[in-house]
Design a protein around this ligand. Structure first.
Ligand code: ZN
Length: 210
């Protein structure tokens, strides 16, 4: 079993983050996480940099990427193309599929209470019709930056659609690291195995609030 924080931003690769990679590793080790994923905004770490960090820190580190599309933010794994521009979701889906990668709808229902018309709140039924959900392999059902209501909506929608759910802190500050995790059933040694376990669906999201 492996407990991994799947969604973390570090500085300076994500301009909005205050997390120094070395501090991140110390924190992850204090929390006894088995691994962390670096998911910067439109920036992919080079493998050499990640391997060095992992070796020095004594923790497994995997690379992802958080890409902006016309249908919201997507966490991608096993997809190593350097993308800087906004993508159409269909286009990203095709490219990631060809690469054998995995796509997760990140914080899909952030602010959903304001999506409705007037006093009418969005129902699970309506929410599950969001276009982005047709193009992903999984839904982020636990995001540390969202309210319990927003995460619950994502979980209900994922269940309704039969999509698996992931958890990650979306940390931009070190104290946020590890508050949501994805637990994998198997030991994962590298990014290839991470993607395999994603496709096999052998994972669940857990809240890990201290
Ligand atoms: Zn993020």
């Amino acid at each position: 079993m492996m407990r991994i924080d799947l969604h973390i931003h570090t500085s300076p690769r994500s301009a909005c983050s205050y997390i120094d990679p070395l501090e991140l590793i110390q924190k992850a080790r204090r929390l006894k996480l088995d691994g962390i994923c670096l998911t910067e905004h439109q920036v992919l770490w080079d493998i050499g940099g990640v391997e060095k960090l992992a070796r020095e820190g004594g923790i497994r580190i995997f690379r992802g990427n958080e890409l902006t599309t016309n249908q919201g933010d997507i966490l991608v794994f096993g997809f190593y193309k350097d993308i800087k521009e906004l993508l159409m979701i269909q286009e990203l889906r095709e490219e990631v599929k060809t690469a054998g990668g995995f796509m997760i709808a990140a914080l899909p229902f952030r602010g959903f209470k304001t999506f409705g018309i007037g006093q009418l709140q969005m129902t699970v039924e309506q929410a599950s019709k969001r276009k982005v959900l047709e193009f992903v392999d999984a839904v982020e059902v636990g995001n540390g930056k969202l309210s319990p209501d927003e995460n619950d909506m994502a979980r209900n929608v994922a269940e309704k659609l039969g999509l698996p759910g992931t958890g990650g802190s979306d940390a931009h500050r070190v104290d946020e690291v590890g508050n949501w995790l994805t637990v994998f059933e198997k030991d994962i040694r590298n990014e290839r195995e991470l993607v395999e376990e994603f496709h096999a669906g052998r994972f669940t999201a857990i809240s890990n609030h201290q």
